[in-house]
Design a binder for this molecule. Structure first.
Ligand code: PNS
Length: 177
């Protein structure tokens, strides 16, 4: 006899401060939508980091950057534990991208703590090698010094980033090369 089909929707949460969202984030979120029925991108405020963009701006940039990705919802988390938010939205897992051993060392204790708290699982997706060097903080630092970060952040982010950092344009290619 065939088993009845599992009809419940599998929801995953992709959490982060997304200050701002990068091309690497978008890649991981896009790939997570293949694995889950719905992906909730949860924007949190990380007290350990001084934010460049307001929560509202970060939400807007994410919504614009993910407008063509079906099965994604962007939401703000006002505070509290990630595990409580995941329970509220009915998520079965957290999804995170891993670029390097440094990411692993940062993410693993959080994944284990979340599982300790409520048995919430974390699914790690290997970061796309093209974006291995891309992080919100490095993108801001490079752009702030006039470096070209186009292609490393979604188009919806680039102009806002340059405006926020007070950068007129990037240096582009080095003359003579
Ligand atoms: O993009 P970030 O800043 O590295 O994301 C870290 C974040 C916001 C996902 C993490 O700090 C978090 O989950 N904060 C919510 C509070 C919480 O649950 N802390 C315990 C984590 S084990």
């Amino acid at each position: 006899m065939t088993e009845p089909r599992e009809t419940s929707r599998h929801i995953a949460v992709c959490p982060g401060s997304f200050d701002p969202v990068t091309a690497g984030h978008v890649d991981v979120i896009r790939r997570a939508t293949v694995l889950f029925d719905e992906v909730v991108v949860a924007v949190l405020t990380n007290p350990a980091k001084q934010a460049t963009f307001t929560l509202e701006e970060r939400l807007e940039m994410l919504r614009e950057s993910l407008a063509d990705v079906p099965g994604v919802r962007v939401d703000a988390v006002s505070g509290g534990l990630l595990v409580d938010y995941c329970r509220q939205v009915g998520a079965v897992a957290v999804v995170k991208g891993l670029r390097s051993g440094t990411d692993f060392a940062y993410e693993m204790p959080m994944a284990l703590m979340n599982r300790h708290l409520t048995d919430l699982e974390t699914v790690f997706l290997p970061g796309e090698p093209r974006f291995e060097h891309v992080s919100s903080s490095l993108v801001k630092e490079v752009a702030g010094h006039g470096g070209d970060v186009s292609g490393l952040v979604p188009d919806a982010v680039l102009a806002r980033l340059l405006a926020r950092l007070g950068v007129v344009g990037h240096t582009g290619t080095v003359p003579g090369r």
